[in-house]
Design a protein around this ligand. Structure first.
Ligand code: FES
Length: 91
C-alpha cells in the first residue's frame, strides 16, 4: 500500500491505481477522464518518482515538470514508505 497526501490528508492507494480510483477521497475534480481538459490538473510536491511518467496526452495539454494531469497519473510503487504528495491545480 502506498499513500497520496493532499490537503494534509493521507489516502491509501495501491500500485497500479490511478488518482481517479481514489477520487472520492481527494479534492481533485475530474471531467473528461482522458487527458484532454485540464480539470484534474495537479502539482506534484513529492514522490513523482513513485508515479507513471508524463505521457503524450499530458504533454499536449501543456503539463511539464511537477505539473501533471491527475487522470493520467498512476501509482507505480508499493510500500508503506511510498508517498505521493500533491496539490490541486497547477501552482
Ligand atoms: S479529467 Fe480531463 S484532463 Fe484529466
Amino acid at each position: 500500500m502506498a499513500y497520496v497526501i493532499i490537503d494534509g490528508k493521507k489516502v491509501p492507494i495501491q500500485k497500479g491505481q490511478n488518482l481517479m480510483d481514489i477520487e472520492d477521497e481527494i479534492s481533485v475534480p475530474f471531467a473528461c477522464r482522458s487527458g484532454v481538459c485540464q480539470a484534474c490538473a495537479v502539482t506534484m510536491k513529492k514522490g513523482e518518482e513513485n508515479c507513471s511518467r508524463l505521457n503524450e496526452n499530458e504533454e499536449m495539454m501543456g503539463a511539464e515538470g511537477s505539473h501533471r494531469l491527475g487522470c493520467q497519473v498512476v501509482c507505480c510503487k508499493d510500500g508503506d514508505e511510498v508517498e505521493i504528495e500533491l496539490e490541486a491545480g497547477w501552482v
